[in-house]
Structures are given as structure tokens and as C-alpha cells.
Design a binder for this molecule. Structure first.
Ligand SMILES: Nc1ncnc2c1ncn2[C@@H]1O[C@H](COP(=O)(O)OP(=O)(O)O)[C@@H](O)[C@H]1O
Ligand SMILES: [Mg+2]
Length: 149
């Protein structure tokens, strides 16, 4: 299933992240794409906050993976930009598990390690604050999620 959502400002991005945050289950994988500055990290910050992350979520470009504690699991935030010319496995299997929530920026660089089911969110910059967000679900759990958006 897919859906396109037009966003006018940061507050719309926040609302979308909060809605998704409200419906995601344990084991959810969200794959983010879009140019530099499109809003992938911003979306993740809003989503993390809505899930209860207390620490400030910052871009994991240099660390590649940062993990934030939730109640009894983790939110993993990856930025695979630096893996463009690498086929290194950073132990991705451990992050794509049944209980944690994992969000990946630049997932195209770790295509061979991705799970079969996921929510893909592409963010396209229209102008300073407007975005076109294209959402694709793969798998039943994710179809239900797109259904409520
Ligand atoms: N509607 C919007 N959604 C997301 N980011 C927005 C929006 N409007 C403006 N911005 C700004 O665009 C920038 C997006 O940066 P960032 O989230 O780091 O992008 P990316 O992670 O995709 O490179 C931020 O400075 C953010 O404040
Ligand atoms: Mg980013």
C-alpha cells in the first residue's frame, strides 16, 4: 500500500511522526529516504520524542548507529550515509529484531541487510518548509499502519 502526504511546515511533520509513533508496534522498521536536508533526522526526532525518548536525538552520521532507551526496548537510529562504498555488516541483524524500533536514514546503502517487511518513508523538499512525503508499506503490520494515516 502507498500514500502521499503533503506537509506545510514543521508542525505537520511533528503530527505525522506522532501519529506513526502512536500506531507502531514492537519490531517496527522505518526506512527513510530523501536528499540531505529533506527532514529525515527531524522526523526521527519527533518520532523518538513521541515514543518517550528523553535524551536529545542527534544525527548519527559519524557513529552510524545510536540507540535510545524506551520503556523496555530501544529505538535504534541509523544513518548509513558513510557506508556508501562499504559492504561491511555492522551486525544489522541484532538491530532488526522483534522488539526494538529501528529507523534507518540512507537505507539504500545497506540494502542487502534489510528485513523483508518495513515502512518506507520518502521525504521530498518542496520549499523551505513544505515537504512531499511518500509512504510505502511492505508487510501486513505496515499496511495496517498506512491505513490509519
Ligand atoms: N516540514 C519540515 N519537515 C522537516 N524538516 C523541516 C521542515 N521544514 C523545515 N525543515 C528543516 O529542514 C531541515 C531538515 O534537516 P534534517 O532533518 O537534518 O534532514 P536530513 O536528515 O534529511 O538530512 C531542518 O533544519 C528542519 O528544521
Ligand atoms: Mg539526517
Amino acid at each position: 500500500m502507498d500514500k502521499t502526504i503533503y506537509i506545510n511546515d514543521l508542525n505537520d511533520t511533528k503530527q505525522l511522526a506522532e501519529t506513526i509513533g502512536q500506531y507502531i508496534k514492537r519490531g517496527t522498521v522505518i526506512l527513510l529516504s530523501g536528499d540531505l536536508g529533506a527532514g529525515k533526522t527531524t522526523f526521527t526526532q519527533f518520532l523518538g520524542k513521541s515514543l518517550g525518548v528523553k535524551r536529545a536525538i542527534t544525527s548519527p552520521t559519524f557513529n552510524i548507529i545510536k540507540s535510545y532507551k524506551l520503556d523496555d526496548n530501544y529505538l535504534h537510529h541509523m544513518d548509513c550515509y558513510r557506508l556508501e562504498h562499504s559492504d561491511e555488516d555492522l551486525g544489522f541483524d541484532e538491530y532488526f529484531n522483534d522488539y526494538d524500533i529501528t529507523i534507518v536514514e540512507w537505507y539504500n546503502f545497506i540494502e542487502e541487510f534489510l528485513p523483508k517487511e518495513y515502512l518506507k518513508v520518502n521525504i521530498e523538499r518542496i520549499d523551505d518548509s513544505k515537504r512531499k512525503v511518500s509512504i510505502i508499506s511492505e508487510g501486513k503490520q505496515y499496511e495496517e499502519l498506512v491505513g490509519v494515516l
